[in-house]
Ligand binder design. Sequence first.
Ligand SMILES: [Zn+2]
Length: 408
Amino acid sequence: MKNTDRFLRYVSYPTMSDETSETVPSTEKQLVLSRAIAEELIEIGLEDVELDDKGYLYATLPANVENSTVTLGLVAHVDTSDACADHPIKTKIVKYNGENICLNEEKGIYLTREEYPSLDKYVGDDLIVTDGTTLLGADDKAGVAAIVSAVENVKNSGLPHGRIRICFTPDEEIGRGADHFDVEKFGADYGYTVDGGALGEIEYENFNAASAVVKFNGVSIHPGSAKDKMKNASLMAMDFNALLPADEIPAKTEGYEGFFHLIEMSGECESATLVYIIRDHDMEKFNEKKALLLECAEKINAKYGEGCCVATVKDSYFNMKEIIDNHMYTIDRAVEAMEQVGVKPIIMPIRGGTDGARLSFMGLPCPNICTGGENFHSRFEYLSVQSLNKVVEIVERLIINATYAERN
Ligand SMILES: [Zn+2]
């Protein structure tokens, strides 16, 4: 099956995950796609095809040589983001000639190079787009399609290869993709998530991440007789936020600069709550940020009285660089695979998280590589057919190069 057909088939299944759901996986519809993929994997001739009760689909391409050395793991996720509508996804393929792309004539929706300069890289390419009312789902169905196609191609080529394990997870977009991943059962020595953006991207540095809930306890009293008695929790909250560094926010940071991000606030006189997320690539700076937030809470208590401010900080995930630094061969091999197929590797830090980070801390060193898609989580998401084909080639090289790779 052609890579594009495979991709278009996968995106025809709506698979949005749901943060408010407590089931595993969070939505039933993810299983519908995973069941279809499981059947396909059996048809291709993979072994140990298993869709477990948590919605994780595992499979094996057994080695076709006796003396192969390592087991390579390949991971992608089947769910899509809830950032915009996910169905019905109406795709079309447009030959991009450098002019604005009309996604939806009726609604007047255009994909323009003015708003999306990344388009400049794709003049002459065939771009898969939507009708501008839904996301496309290249995140991460391009990753799923690339892995399935690469495994099928390598198997049919008869070229020597080692044991390959693949896993397609649910619920990545709601941060639960690694929750029930069975690293031991997966049994790979190292792996890659195929879940990045533009062609050539290799990522092994992500944020260290924490969330903080800051509660303010005030004293409410009739404002006419409030002198020296009222403690307004909402004003405490405003004081608190003013103590944090004003420039360390998402809108004023980039690259390796970390931030405090106020994601939620509510308040009355009697009580108020602020919720932040804290992010930094550097562990020391990350710890300083968490400590600073707690110090600010103490300052509020010093000003308004003990117990007026209670801050709780909870770690979410850590920068996988800490693990990958000891497994740099994973990056070297990704670079080598890309160069072999004429793709220029772009190693860059992610200003976010990735399932591979948690997998790395769970014992599976697992950097992230490109899918070829652009504008993820958006109605303007698109995927170049040529990029997707290259990603398939990259994954094929990763598989073939791993056959006799050194065990690290
Ligand atoms: Zn993704």
